[in-house]
Design a protein around this ligand. Sequence first.
Ligand code: SF4
Ligand code: SF4
Length: 458
Amino acid sequence: MGKHTFSIGGVHPHDSKISRGCAIEPLPLAPVVYISVAQHIGAPSVPCVQVGDKVKVGQVIAEPGGFVSAFIHSSVSGTVKSIGPRADLAGRPATHIEIEVEGDEWLEGIDTGDTLVTKIPEDNKAIIEKIRQGGVVGLGGATFPTHVKLSPPPGSKCERVIINGCECEPYLTSDFRTLLEKGEQVVVGAAILKQVMGNVPCTVAIEENKPEAIAHIKEVIARLGYEGIEVMPMKMRYPQGGEKQLIDAVMHRQVGSGALPISVGAVVQNVATALAVYDAVQKNKPIVDNSVTVTGECFPRQANLLVRVGTPLRYIVDYLGGVPADAAKIISGGPMMGRAVANLDAATVKGTGALLFLTAAQTRRAPESHCIRCGKCADACPMGLEPFLLNKLSRNMDLEALEANAAQDCIECGCCLYSCPAHIPLLDIIRQGKGAVLGAIRARAAAAKAAAEAAKNN
Ligand code: SF4
Ligand code: SF4
């Protein structure tokens, strides 16, 4: 089992899934939540409540700010105390809606019961609208609004839905626990996505280090009697769960530079997103909570917590025993692609999947030395890039050459950094170059659009 994998690059970090035995447990409600209106890719949402308003769980508190945007719902019942800027996980200011928690009253019409609903509505347009109304976004890290992904542009056609259950990042186990504990709901969610995309085949891809999840999902599919949904055990290899890498592994198709998965007939959704689709369509339940792995060898208690969106990180950490004395760094996400948490007063967002605590010894980097031109970074790059070259071009901010060498295609997986014997901080430096190139590409597109509009008006 597990022979399927992508064709170039990749590394094999230790999986360190020390929280894999921790069942998902609901975190008690915090006294106050701070819900960001910018927790998805696309335009920030626009608050539609006022200070002093009473809200219930599941009530819309911010509306989409554009087509690529998402509804945001209150994750608690209580009173809106403030609406204004607050530092997010990365320390950047973003508008948050502060709600003081008063009980746990849910909006009428949301089914909070455990009964599995397997009968899928027939009207696909109505399903997509329910997914939009439920504020569903990709929960694998990208937070791209799901209803947009399910509405392919004219001329493109989906040939396969892939449910991404790889969870290839070390330490993370919330998707694994979701597969084990909510496997039925994930499979119904997969069946909904399959139907919406034209009853195409569906593959649930799970890495081979999760044999219990593979066996369970196979059993659920057989028990529920869904046809055209298969489980594909994947070889353990990082970044197997990268969207382009997974499409390569499952369909043997390559998504071109700057292209979307639909260009090769694929729609990829994460396990947690499939669950959110089930909740939105079958239970009328928007995204108000998500599973968060809290882990690290130095952390006193490993856990997978069901956390209401907007819960302050400090509240989560205190619930589990506080920040360990020997923790030197806290990461939101895994050690390869995660980002350092700038402050514990920041609140969770829909896409928060993990909090990882690392000691100074675990984060210490050996002193950087000169590139020895060994090529290990290029061998490891799953996007076929030349990280040693991008490193040099990024340091010089040579935007033209960076774009010509496809810096914009970097998926920030960190394989180059992981492989470099000279300990060059390749990812950190290439990230800066990529950011500048994407900014230049966006500026060019905006200028071209403005010029076209000016020409039309003349
Ligand atoms: S971080 Fe970017 S350049 Fe480095 S290996 Fe990953 S895709 Fe390649
Ligand atoms: S792995 Fe490091 S030392 Fe080797 S070529 Fe790449 S940047 Fe240079």
